[in-house]
Design a protein around this ligand. Structure first.
Ligand SMILES: [Fe+2]
Length: 192
């Protein structure tokens, strides 16, 4: 379930809003300068669906979003739990840890979730907006916005990534440990 939980940045227990209404989520994010949109869901998509097929299914939407050609690199990030892989726990922890600390990017971080789930925590002014994205959600974190991303302890998602530059994913980490004081993705969805 797509979810937005707005908290005080000084106190995660000070919950100012918690909603699963896509229209409210879009409105709350939009008025803070964050784009949020919904694209149709591919009901047939699963772990065996070829990456090229997924990109082909969304080609029209991607073209529309990139009408001005600002995104020069568009790819698909996907991670699925693999019980048969003894390295999976380490891979999952490694992937999760990459952007779990507060950081920002030189360009907008634009992601469309075709499947699975991930949470962007946007640190805007004196608020933290935990935005749990699921299949069908498109979010654009503006360049320079302090944020972190939690994919949970069992990461599973398929996401189209849009980059203006090849190294657009590189994070500038703030050194602030604020992320440790907020509910994780696992915790956010358990209480939903
Ligand atoms: Fe990021």
């Amino acid at each position: 379930m797509t979810l937005l939980q707005i908290m005080a940045d000084s106190d995660a227990t000070d919950i100012r809003l918690r909603t699963s209404d896509p229209a409210v989520i879009a409105a709350e994010l939009n008025r803070r300068g964050v784009d949020f949109d919904r694209w149709p869901i591919l009901e047939t998509l699963d772990a065996t669906t070829a990456t090229d097929d997924i990109l082909a299914e969304y080609a029209g939407r991607i073209e529309e979003l990139n009408a001005d050609g600002r995104f020069k690199f568009i790819d698909l990030a996907r991670i699925h739990p693999d019980a048969a892989d003894p390295e999976w726990p380490a891979k999952a922890a490694g992937a999760r840890g990459k952007f779990l600390a507060e950081h920002r990017h030189a360009e907008d971080e634009v992601r469309f979730f075709a499947a699975g789930r991930g949470c962007f925590y946007l640190h805007l002014g004196d608020e933290v907006l935990a935005t749990v994205c699921e299949a069908g959600d498109l979010v654009s974190v503006p360049a320079g916005t302090l944020h972190w991303f939690d994919m949970g302890t069992e990461p599973e998602f398929v996401a189209v990534r849009f980059f203006e530059e090849e190294d657009g994913w590189i994070g500038d980490f703030s050194g602030n440990t604020i992320g440790e004081r907020f509910p994780t993705l696992d915790e956010l969805v358990v209480t939903s």
